[in-house]
Design a binder for this molecule. Structure first.
Ligand SMILES: Nc1nc2c(c(=O)[nH]1)N[C@H]1C(S)=C(S)[C@@H](COP(=O)(O)O)O[C@H]1N2
Ligand SMILES: [Mo]
Length: 262
């Protein structure tokens, strides 16, 4: 199991409860834990609850889904748009930084810079497609933060690019919309809540460790959010859309918690 990143000093008593609630949520997210719950619940708890011996697998799925949806709401409610994730000195960068995707390293997607256009659609005023040069022309910043993957590892990396809130304002996005969705060159997809999209550390990422983002880490562009778990950080982004219709995600649609806070 992964280690929690060190947290900033606790300023108020209620933050302790906040962290405890978040931890509860994180435990429920873990697929192993989920499988365990599924087994124990189907043998005991749910059969008692439903008053008969035979419990449909789908009932268990539904019950767990409800817990996860409740958990999304709790995390959204507790999310503090001004609370920053920890940052680290360059000397703490994990080398080499791990690669992860739903496929192996031999299948890393190679997206060509020439011809690349970032599609921007949905609830935005300016729907023009962006070249990489246009993205690089916007003001850039960088951050050294910890990436936490539910598969049981975490690592510190350095990412640079355009603050996502500047980008959303630039394209005239409806900042009151509920979701921002992402479609990737490798058929991965995910979506996030607007408060996280506007968080000061959420970065439309063009570089890794001062160099153009290599294919393994998501060339030409990824979204980096130190406030969310690894699977919420889409690589090889091809399209961004702003919407009020729940877009789901590759892992989220298979039972991972949607909010996915870290
Ligand atoms: N397009 C795309 N983005 C993705 C994934 C993927 O398979 N495809 N995997 C996610 C998961 S589970 C993790 S942990 C991180 C891994 O990022 P890294 O290769 O930069 O370490 O990418 C996330 N974003
Ligand atoms: Mo992950």
């Amino acid at each position: 199991m992964f280690k929690k990143p060190s947290r900033q000093p606790i300023a108020h008593g209620d933050l302790v409860l906040k962290d405890a609630l978040k931890d509860m949520g994180r435990h429920l997210e873990q697929p192993m834990r989920r499988a365990f719950l599924q087994r124990t619940l189907s043998l005991g708890g749910l059969s008692l609850l439903s008053g008969c011996g035979i419990v449909e697998e789908s009932d268990v799925e539904n019950a767990l889904m409800k817990v996860s949806r409740f958990n999304d709401k709790a995390q959204a409610f507790l999310f503090d748009p001004n609370r920053l994730a920890p940052t680290y000195p360059d000397s703490m960068i994990t080398r080499p930084f791990p690669f992860n995707a739903y496929y192996g390293e031999d299948e890393i997607r190679e997206v060509e810079e020439e011809g690349y256009r970032l599609e921007v659609t949905g609830l935005v005023a300016d729907k023009h497609a962006w070249t990489l040069a246009e993205l690089r022309a916007m003001p850039q910043t960088d951050q050294v933060t910890r990436h936490i993957c539910v598969e049981g590892w975490s690592a510190i990396g350095k990412w640079g690019g355009v603050p996502f809130s500047s980008f959303l304002r630039r394209v005239g996005a409806d900042l009151n919309a509920k979701y921002v969705g992402f479609k990737c060159a490798d058929d991965y997809y995910t979506s996030i809540d607007m408060p996280t999209a506007l968080h000061p550390q959420t970065l439309l990422t063009l570089t890794y460790d001062g160099q153009p983002l290599p294919p393994r880490y998501g060339f030409p562009m990824k979204l980096r959010m130190p406030t969310k778990l690894g699977y919420k950080n889409p690589k090889h982004i091809q399209a961004i859309f702003v919407t009020n219709t729940y877009p789901g995600g590759y892992w989220e649609d298979q039972g991972y918690n949607w909010f996915g806070g870290s």
